[in-house]
Design a binder for this molecule. Structure first.
Ligand code: GLU
Length: 454
């Protein structure tokens, strides 16, 4: 018998079938486990943990008395600063009217999905919340699988096929989400692929929502080029301060809308949505963001420094995967890896691990490693996990602060890991134990037929 809570009756549109954000859920779970005194190696959440830059912190403090409601799209001087920043940093021609700020890129993506089109095209795998946002808006989603052999990049023939299939089924794919550097794989789209995708989107009159929140965190030699560079009239670029500056909890995101009359109409629509839902971004945060987007050399140097620290930690985890023979596409940005454990399918099955959900749980329970299953990212591959390097050895503010001090003193990557990342080293060992166990067991299961013959 299903329990009912009179007079609380849930809305079908709101909660039916909606899943909790897997990233936030696992983070809460790990925090609870830590509070209960349990040891967990936290590789499950993507949050930059480094300190707030002193100049940004001072700006927030200085504006604590700013308490009035502000314009829904953002204060004009901030929209101006963000437009200039995009011009200098990403070579994008942006006017202040094209800039919208919101409480996190997440809210702005949702507002854009609310304002635009019908069916949403979503790559597989992709970040946990795109599909639930479409679901919340009762918009159908067309998933487009990507392959590790193709660097998890969108392949135009596959995209075209999926769109045709959808149209044959009365679908109307109009909005297309892209994300590079990519969560959950850490891979990046190569510039020529970005250009080809832009051409495809233009030809098919698709509206592109380009999540570029990791654009200042690249390390693999692939330059970040926004799709807006090639297709400005049909692209919204999302960014924010949660990744490049470690301000996830401040909830600050940006959207760069297309130029021209279409973009102005969209700004109007998003402004109407914002004014009816969140009113404006927290006032002191907007003033602090002015410093973040000022181009101040010290802040820029800090963004770069944080990106380098993330890259060393991420690359160490990648090298660990390579060393242990765990198939994993090389990351080029963000702080994620997407390894596959498919080759140990049999010994895993013998342990009762059949899906990536089972695998993530197994690693947590048996090896104290928290990860997220690929299924949380709508993965088309089996037995994949998303691993994030961002939390390990930086779980407390004190530890994260100490990492920064150590890196400023000695930026040598090898020594940075060996001398200041005891838990990262430990987690590499744990993965080693896990793989050794599986190899031994697969040897054993490999011998089983002989035993059967005997
Ligand atoms: N984007 C981060 C992650 O994938 C966490 C924040 C979020 O999902 O809202 O872990």
């Amino acid at each position: 018998m299903v329990e009912r809570f009179k007079p609380i009756r849930f809305s079908r549109a709101g909660v039916r079938g909606l899943k909790v954000s897997a990233t936030l859920a696992i983070n809460d779970r790990v925090q609870d486990m830590w509070s209960a005194g349990q040891n967990v190696y936290h590789l499950a959440f993507g949050e930059s943990r480094f300190p707030v830059h002193p100049k940004v912190a001072a700006a927030l403090r200085a504006h604590v008395q700013k308490r009035s409601y502000l314009p829904a799209l953002g204060i004009p001087e901030l929209r101006r600063a963000i437009a200039e920043y995009h011009q200098t940093k990403f070579d994008l021609d942006v006017t202040p009217e094209q800039v919208v700020v919101g409480p996190g890129a997440k809210s702005l993506i949702f507002a854009s999905l609310l304002a635009l089109g019908e069916e949403v095209i979503i790559p597989q795998p992709s970040w946990v919340s795109y599909a639930p946002q479409a679901h919340l808006l009762a918009k159908p989603a067309t998933f487009v699988p990507t392959r590790p052999e193709a660097n998890f990049e969108l392949e135009l023939d596959v995209l075209e096929t999926r769109m045709q299939e959808s149209r044959q089924n009365w679908g109307n794919p109009e909005v297309f989400i892209v994300n590079s550097p990519k969560n959950p794989t850490g891979t990046m789209m190569h510039p020529e692929k970005v250009e080809a995708l832009a051409g495809f989107a233009r030809e098919n009159e698709l509206m592109v929502l380009s999540d570029e929140v990791y654009s200042l965190m690249t390390f693999g030699g692939v330059p970040h080029i926004s799709i807006a560079h090639f297709y400005p009239e049909g692209t919204i670029v999302f960014g924010g301060l949660s990744k490049n500056l470690p301000l996830g909890g401040w909830r600050f995101g940006t959207a760069i809308l297309p130029p021209g009359t279409g973009g102005r109409a969209l700004a109007h629509a998003i402004g109407n949505i914002a004014s009816n839902i969140w009113t404006c971004v927290t006032a002191p945060v907007q003033y602090a963001a002015l410093v973040a987007y000022s181009g101040d050399p010290e802040v820029e140097e800090y963004i770069d420094l944080c990106a380098r620290m993330h890259s060393i930690r991420t690359r160490f985890l990648f090298q660990t995967m390579v060393h242990l023979g765990i198939p994993c596409v090389e990351p080029a940005g963000a702080f994620y890896l997407f390894p596959s454990f498919q080759k140990w399918k049999e010994p895993l099955a013998a342990r009762g691990v059949h899906t990536d959900d089972d695998l993530a749980l197994h690693l947590l329970e048996r090896y104290e490693i928290a990860t997220l299953p690929g299924s949380a990212f709508h993965s088309a591959q089996e037995l994949c996990l998303r691993i994030s390097s961002s939390y390990i050895d930086a779980a407390t503010d004190e530890r994260a602060d100490a990492l920064l001090v150590a890196f400023r003193e000695d930026p040598d990557p090898e020594r940075f890991v060996q001398h200041h990342h005891p838990r990262l080293l430990k987690v590499a060992e744990r993965f080693g134990e896990f793989i050794k166990d599986l190899e031994r067991e697969s040897g054993e299961s490999g011998r089983r037929p002989d035993l059967a013959v005997i």
